[in-house]
Each structure stands twice: as C-alpha cells, then as structure tokens.
Unconditional design. Sequence first.
Lengths: 203, 203, 203, 203
Amino acid sequence: MSERSPQKQYRPRKAPSQARSEETVASIVEAAAQVLESEGFEGFNTNAVARRAGVSIGSLYQYFPGKDALTVALIRRETKRFHDDMAVALTLRSAKAALEYLIGAAVRQQLQRPVLAKLLDMEESRPGLAGEVGKLDLEALFATVVQRAIPKHTRPEVAAGDLFAITRGMVDAAGQRGETDLEDLERRLKAALFGYLSKAGAD
Amino acid sequence: MSERSPQKQYRPRKAPSQARSEETVASIVEAAAQVLESEGFEGFNTNAVARRAGVSIGSLYQYFPGKDALTVALIRRETKRFHDDMAVALTLRSAKAALEYLIGAAVRQQLQRPVLAKLLDMEESRPGLAGEVGKLDLEALFATVVQRAIPKHTRPEVAAGDLFAITRGMVDAAGQRGETDLEDLERRLKAALFGYLSKAGAD
Amino acid sequence: MSERSPQKQYRPRKAPSQARSEETVASIVEAAAQVLESEGFEGFNTNAVARRAGVSIGSLYQYFPGKDALTVALIRRETKRFHDDMAVALTLRSAKAALEYLIGAAVRQQLQRPVLAKLLDMEESRPGLAGEVGKLDLEALFATVVQRAIPKHTRPEVAAGDLFAITRGMVDAAGQRGETDLEDLERRLKAALFGYLSKAGAD
Amino acid sequence: MSERSPQKQYRPRKAPSQARSEETVASIVEAAAQVLESEGFEGFNTNAVARRAGVSIGSLYQYFPGKDALTVALIRRETKRFHDDMAVALTLRSAKAALEYLIGAAVRQQLQRPVLAKLLDMEESRPGLAGEVGKLDLEALFATVVQRAIPKHTRPEVAAGDLFAITRGMVDAAGQRGETDLEDLERRLKAALFGYLSKAGAD
DNA sequence: TATGAATGAGCCTTCATTCAT
DNA sequence: CATGAATGAAGGCTCATTCAT
C-alpha cells in the first residue's frame, strides 16, 4: 500500500497513558533527531531510528502510525522547545526587552542544533505535512510580542511575519556557515530587525 | 581502471552538439522543474521526469549521468536566470540604484516560480551537492554590488551575507504564503535591507 | 559518517541467530546454486534467486548485502565442502595415500555438480571478488599434503601449484564433457600427477 | 526484444566483400579484444567496443547481428591465431618435436594476452555459445599431433583430451599468477605432459 | 551505408510497513 | 505489548538494440 491515504493520522497512535510508554515515545523522537542530525535526510529511515532508539521497528509502529507521524512529532518537539523559550518574553514588562529576548531565543534555538533546525525547516514545508505542525503557533507568539513593541505600526501582522522571516533567514544562514559567535549574530540580527522597524514602521 | 570513481559527475554527460539534443536536454530540465513543482520532493524521480519530458528513461541518462546531475542542472538553470538579471545591476552608475535593482531582481525571481525556488534552495544545501552549484556566484555578485553601496562599512562581506540571507528569508516566506503583490514585497524588502545597513553600517 | 564505504561487504549481513533465519539463508544459497546451474551467468540475478528460494527479494537483501556477497557465500559453501573432504587426507599416515585421497576428493567434488563447479571457478577469478573467497585455503591445504609427499622436491610450492592446476584442468574438462566414470578419471588424474612428479621431481 | 531467438546468427551479417569492410570488421574485433582486456567482463559492452573501434554503434550492428556474434568472432580470431601456430607442428618430421612445438605454442598463446585468453575460455563455455566456436578444432589438431607421438597408446583421443586439459589448466594458472618466465613454464608443462604419457601410456 | 539519439526491458537495491510468534 | 523476519512496491541506472536522418 503505497497510496498515502488522506485520512492518515499524524498523531501518536495512543495517548501514552503510562510512564513507560511516554519514555519510549520520547526516546524514539530523540533517536529520530539524532539520526537526522548525523545521517541527514538520506539516512533518516524508520529502521535506523528504531535501532538508534534501542527499540524494535514493531514498537516504533506501535507508537507512530507511520514515518510522517514521527517526523511531525519531532517537529512538534523542536517547535515546543522554541515556543517555551519564546514564551518567556511574554513575562517581560518592557516591550523592547521582550523583543530582544525573542531574538535571543531564536539565535539560541538555531545554534543549539543547527543541522536539525535546518532539516526541520525543510520537512516542515513538505506539502503533505503542511499545517499539521505548529509553525503558525510560533508566528503567532512572535506576532504577539512584536505587536506590543510596535503599537502604532500599520499592518502589524505583516511586520511580524517579515521579522520572523528575517530572523529565520539570518539564523539559518548562520547555522549553514557554521557560525558560533552567538553575540555577534545577535547584534546583527537586532540591527536587521530594528532597522526594518525603523524604516517600515510608519508607512 | 573500471572502478567507477565515487565522485559522481554532475556535469551533463555529453555536450549536446546537435539542435535535436539541445532541445531534449532543455525539455528534460523543464520537466524536472515541473515535476518538482507539482509533486514535490517525494515525486521527484528520474522516471517521472522522463515521462513528463516525453522521453525515455534511457535518454535522460544519456544526457545526465545521474539524478543529482539533473538536479544540479536545474539549479544552474534557475541560478543563471537570477544571475543574469542581477548582473544588470552592475551596469548601473548609482550604487543605490544598483542595490535597488538587485532587490527587484530577487523579488521577481522568487515570485515567478515560488515553489520551485524554495525547493531548490533546499536541494542546494544537500551535503552531496554542496559547492557543485553556483550558489556562491550569486552571493559573490550580490557582495560586489553591496560593497559598492557601502564602501565605509566594516566587514562588508559579512554585511553582504546578511543582506543575502534577509532577502532570501523574506522572499521565500512571501512565496510560501502565496503573496503576489510584487511592489509591496519590494518595499518591505528595501525597508529591511536599508534598515539593516542604517543600523549595522558603522559598527 | 553516512558515506557508504566503496568496499562493499561480502559477509552475510546478519548472523542468522534463529533457526528460522538459518534455514532461509541456506535456502537462498541453494537457490543461487540452482539458478546458476540451470540458467548460467546470464540468468543469475538476485530476483531469480529470491524467487527460486521462495522468499522475497527483501529477505535476500536482509541476509546478503549485495549480489556479490551471495556469490561469495555460494563459493564458500562449495569450497568448504571440498575443503572438508580434502582435510581427511591430513589424517592419513602415508603421504602417498594422502595424495591419492586428495585426488579422489577433487574428482568427487567436481563430478557432483560439474556445471556449478565450473561456473564458480570462473566467478572466483573475477577481479572484484579476488581474495575474498577461500580459494587460497584450498591451494594451501593441497600444498601441505603435496609437500609431505615430495620432501626432496626443489620448489615444492611451485609443484603444488602445478598439481593443483593440472587437477583443476582435467577435472573441469571432464565435467564439461559430461564424464561420469569416476574411477577412470581418477586413474588418469593419478597418471598425470604422479607423472608430473616423476619428471619434475628432481630438477 | 530480450527473448533470444534460437535462430540467432553468429556469423557476420555480410561477407565483407570489400577491403574497406574487412578492415572495419577487423578493427571492431580488435577493439572488442582490447575492451575485454582492459575493462573485463563488466565493461565489455557493444557501445564501448564501437567507441574504441572508432565506429558508430550502428556500424557495429551492420557487421555483427548482435553482441554474441561479436564475441564469437573474437573467439574465432584468437582460436585461429592459436590454430595457425599449432599447425606448424604438423610440418615437423619428428613426432616428439611436433608435440614439443605444440607445447610451446600453447605457452606462447597464453602468455601473449593472458587476460584475454582467460576471459575467452570463460565465454567459450557459455551455454548459448557452445559449439558455435571452433574449440573442437583445436582439440582435433592437438589430437592429431598427439596420436602421431603415441601410436601404441590405447584410447588416444582420451589421452589427447587430457593433455589438452592439462595444458590449459597449467597455462591458465600461470597467466592468472602473472608468470612471465616462458621457459620455466614450458619445462614444467613438458614434465606434466610427458609424465602423463609415461604413466598412462600403456594401460 | 554510416551515424548516434532514442528506446525500454530488466537488473540491483532500499525502506516503509505488516504480522506471525 | 514487543519483536524482527518478511514483504514488495518503487526507484536508480545500464546496455543491447533499433531507426530516422
């Protein structure tokens, strides 16, 4: 059966009610991350993931209905990591500080596991997976913070989207180049974002 | 020595000397573009490309020594289209006008075949293909124009790289979202790039 | 390291730990023998072998990393059969009896599955497989026995090599012609080997 | 059309009546020899032969109805070379001298183009080609000479066959090992053949 | 007749997925 | 529930052969 059924589930097959299951699921997802990082797309296959996770391929399919579900779970995990860090920005009083925190989060996120981040960016845009993942959540959070910083901006959602795109572009490129100087990257990123706002702020 | 070198060739197998051949090669590359656009990575296989091109699989392999070579050819074709447009900027007297022309070229490029552009950006960064494509040429051209515009900038290559990354990020995102308003995108992109320069210009 | 080493493995992919697996492996090797015998080189392909073995092509590749590994396994099986029989010669006290036993073993070996033996002799000399198989083991065993029989011979390794070559030549030819009279062949082979020794013995 | 028709012709498509054609045919056969020697079986394909011969693949098929026909032609050429050399033995008065000449011819033949000789030995025994080639001619000539040397031998054809097999076995092995000392090989070969005759001569 | 572009059957191999144990 | 042997669709690629020019 190679015809991908449109009703295919991307959610884990079972809500892992027991602690044991939860552990297994987590170990599989982490194994997926590791395989993707060390072997790239070419080597990202379910058998390799199961092997690395130390479970049987049968078990993997017990928890994930298919390869895509596993990919989605991995993307969700990474997105959540990012989202949780970004959410801290919401607790900051100063809007500018919040925006700066966001920038720092983006840089941190990317430079922690750059290869993984890049690969997931790619997977994320696969038509079959589109929308299934919580990318928009990130943009929404981003937008919330941004809009607090630029209350007088016309079209704040557009601006938020652009800032997000700029961030992603610069940060991906930095990962690609193998940059490791976080502070330098952060400084340039701030220049880009605040620069954008200063020019586009009052259309 | 019959051992096939592991360093696969990415160059077309034969220079299509006859008009007939040239047509065939072009039709295969265009078919590759179409398949990639309509089927995505999953459906991008040599048999599908040959079928879409209306040639046999054997013919495809007569002109391209492998799947990667075909991908590289496609990337080169798209890159060339972009490069040729960008090169016009070099003929402009005003540095600012040149930079603005560049921005327009990037926008035009991306919005013509957005899906294709995004997919190729991805393929381009595949480890196996790295360096084989003319990506650096683009960045080099970009850098040339940028450096004329910002003679007093410290680290002009870094700035050029950042501008390139910003452009790519915004323009990819726009394509992803399905934006069609070229002028609006161009305006925002200018805001981002000139904004970046105004903030990062005098470190 | 995802780059697959060009030095393909010739060893079975997994040691068949379970009885079920062992059977499968054996049936695949036997199927390979049969296909080679009945279809010759032309028809010796992995799909045919899998079909004849009554397993899926996937199973074949679960146990053998490639076609060559399967060939090597077959050669090893046949070589082992021969080797084990020849090894009996080492237990004989009389050097002459040992040599005669060897001759008998060679004749037996060849006439049991003549076509297979000939085909494997050929495959064995394929550049890619050279050294991977236990051919030298056979010659070494042969040499051991021979040297016990001809202690005063100058260049005993050369003599052993020649005797091996004579044996192989005569026995292959007999198989090719479809001879079935083992005793007659054995008599002539003895004439050849002892004749060689009587003439070349005291250079 | 992959089904090999049993009526397939192995003879050149046209009797090359013109000198030009004869040259072309010869150059193709020589190219076949060279490809087989330098690339082995793996690289022995019609396109490679045509390329090496400096003719188009179409021309090759003009002169040979298929790949097998080309192989047969090559085997015939090599066989003829051998046969012509061996035939000189018939002119010698002494039977022993004739036999010795034969031995020398075999050694020369093998050591001139050892790889080619081995490869052709293999091709020769392919079921599809069996009988099409003139191997038996060689054995017949061999038998004629041998029988002159051993008039009192019982079963002279058997003896001739054995001598042929011994010769082929030793000479192939020598080629395989890369031996270059013709005289040494010849001496050992004589020991083998005359040794065989001395032992098997008077059953 | 020569050419070489084109053809496509068929081979090797991978990997997502299933299911008997 | 876990296991991992088994499955087979599908994809990359080669090469003998044909045929329009």
